[in-house]
Ligand binder design. Structure first.
Ligand SMILES: [Zn+2]
Length: 321
């Protein structure tokens, strides 16, 4: 069970100190010293805990990296993941490890502590974004996160393989440029829908919803879903009232955290004609991080527009009665 808001695990924290790549020049220099140049034709073995970080490493490293992503199945709940011996073996040979942190993937820190790779660099998204245990861990839905991760990954690749610095620099510039349509879409939705009330079954999309400026309701219910604990009767009743009375324009539904209760909320939204939008917390096959984010923002825009039409229709109906 992964407790949102649980105490920071001291051992886990200590372990990340030695080779974490941070953004600062000092940290980058320390990294270079601890990590020798790579053989000219060998690929850099990289392990990413989550496949969207793996995708970004692949985009930044091109044919110079050999990436293994551990969480890659959008049909499983990552909060319930248990690492296998196969995961541990992949880590043993990794030169670079990227994971989320903030208690999303606590098994990763444990595995790293158990397998002492001598030349291994670690990048933790939570550290780059100032997030910790107890914060919403779905950091990759914050548009500010991936540029930071990308810069750190790129610095680590250059440090491991300085002969190809110009290629890594070009890949980084291209990657950062490719995020611009996401920012533009967020700004566009913000302009149209800031302040609009929505709800969700789990806080997976929370940072993106915040970036769009939506007013997110029923947070306690969402935390209970994520932590696999029971929502209170009052929180369930409030959620149901929001749907039944259309106090929210959209229900954001995490298709990776499905229990009887969240399924019931989905059904209630459909019955109440509250538009729903399905999100995943693992990158689906055939998508890049960028196309994944854009697809979901498009779906959000569609749902908000439908919810807006709903609200307008019921307001008009109210006037004529
Ligand atoms: Zn989640």
């Amino acid at each position: 069970m992964k407790k949102f808001g649980s105490m920071l695990n001291g051992a886990r924290h200590a372990l990340k100190l030695s080779k974490t790549v941070a953004m600062g020049a000092a940290a980058a220099a320390a990294f270079t010293l601890s990590h020798g140049a790579f053989a000219a034709d060998a690929k850099i073995p990289v392990v990413a805990a989550e496949n969207f970080y793996g995708d970004v490493v692949q985009q930044l490293g091109g044919d110079r990296v050999d990436v293994t992503s551990i969480l890659s199945n959008p049909d499983q709940d990552p909060h319930l993941f248990e690492a296998s011996p196969k995961t541990a073996r992949a880590l043993q040979h990794a030169s670079l490890v990227v994971y989320n942190g903030a208690d999303y993937d606590p098994w990763m820190a444990k595995l790293l502590a158990a397998s002492k790779g001598s030349n291994r660099a670690t990048i933790v998204a939570a550290e780059l974004t100032g997030k910790k245990s107890g914060d919403n861990p779905h950091l990759w839905y914050d548009p500010a996160t991936m540029p930071k991760v990308a810069r750190a990954v790129s610095a680590a690749l250059v440090a491991a393989d300085p002969a190809h610095k110009s290629a890594y620099d070009a890949n980084l510039a291209k990657f950062l440029d490719s995020l611009k349509p996401i920012d533009a879409k967020v700004a566009d939705l913000h302009g149209r829908y800031a302040g609009v009330p929505v709800t969700a079954t789990e806080p997976v999309f929370g940072y993106m919803s915040d970036a769009v400026g939506l007013s997110m309701r029923n947070l306690r219910f969402q935390l209970a879903t994520m932590n696999d604990t029971e929502a209170s009767a009052a929180d369930i009743a409030a959620f149901e009232r929001d749907l039944r009375e259309k106090r929210v324009r959209v229900l954001i539904y995490n298709s990776q955290a499905t229990e009887a209760l969240t399924k019931r909320m989905l059904k209630l939204a459909q019955q109440s004609k509250v538009p729903t939008m399905s999100v995943t917390e693992t990158e689906p096959a055939g998508k890049t991080y960028q196309t994944w984010m854009l697809t979901q923002l498009d779906a959000l825009g569609t749902a908000l527009a439908a919810g807006g039409a709903n609200a307008a229709a019921s307001a008009a109906k109210g006037k004529t009665q």
